[in-house]
Design a protein around this ligand. Structure first.
Ligand SMILES: [Zn+2]
Ligand SMILES: [Zn+2]
Length: 247
């Protein structure tokens, strides 16, 4: 019995995906077109080429602004722990789909394509080129065990690979946080988030310009908490880089 089962088992892992794509053609999870080319995915090429992007002016924190305004309300109100920020586009359409595929369907290869899309933007290239180290927002240890990978760490690694920068995936740690958020006051929630992170590798961030990498920026509570911790640990500057942003 030296049949096809053995043959399949001997195929190197990086060839299995393209092979399966031929045997079982799959549909683009965003638009439903059949994926035809090898190594394509999780989106079809037209969807990759038309990812939603921010248009027009953005605040220094990266938030898209209506015409005539140069600073967002939050940046105007208070001194932020980060110096600047950027993201590819709004968390909607195919960008939302591909981030879901990366996070919940384990389509890790999407991280490389997203890194490329981010680096096509001159502002992102400059933000990374003039920095010292990329630090991903850490996952809760239990979540990391369940998922098997941290999507932000994958993104940081793919950006670092393409820019010759270093990445420090364990610079920050997310502590076990058993206090439920429900029923807490806004101030208590902020405290809960703030205390959820700790700098684990101080020497890697002290005196350096750090790019904090995350997949999606929602309320900003998480990245703000991380940025504050990095600054407390002596980071000279913290910059935010996320793939998508809820706008
Ligand atoms: Zn598509
Ligand atoms: Zn702002």
């Amino acid at each position: 019995m030296n049949g096809p089962v053995h043959a399949l088992i001997d195929i190197p892992a990086h060839l299995v995906d393209p092979l399966l794509a031929v045997v079982f053609p799959s549909a683009c999870p965003s638009c439903g077109r059949l994926l035809t080319r090898l190594r394509q995915g999780p989106l079809c090429e037209p969807c990759w080429a038309s990812l939603p992007r921010h248009r027009g002016v953005t605040c220094r924190c990266g938030l898209p602004l209506p015409a005539g305004i140069s600073t967002c309300p939050r940046c105007r109100r208070a001194r932020q722990p980060f110096s600047c920020g950027a993201s590819l586009g709004p968390y909607e359409g195919s960008l939302r789909v591909v981030l879901h595929q990366l996070k919940y369907a384990g389509r890790r290869r999407a991280a490389g394509r997203l890194a490329e899309a981010l680096l096509e933007q001159p502002a992102v290239r400059t933000l990374v080129a003039t920095s010292d180290v990329l630090v991903p927002v850490p996952l809760h240890p239990r979540r990391l065990r369940e998922r098997g990978f941290n999507q932000s760490a994958l993104l940081a690694r793919e950006i670092a690979r393409r820019t010759g920068k270093g990445t420090c995936p364990d610079a920050l740690r997310r502590r076990l946080d058993t206090v439920p958020q429900a029923g807490l006051s806004a101030a208590a929630r902020r405290r809960n988030v703030r205390d959820a992170f700790a700098v684990h590798r101080k020497a890697r961030v002290a005196g350096r310009t750090v790019v904090l990498v995350d997949d999606v920026l929602t309320t900003g509570a998480t990245v703000l908490a991380c940025a504050r911790r990095l600054r407390e640990a002596g980071a000279r500057e913290v910059r935010l880089l996320t793939v998508a942003r809820v706008v």
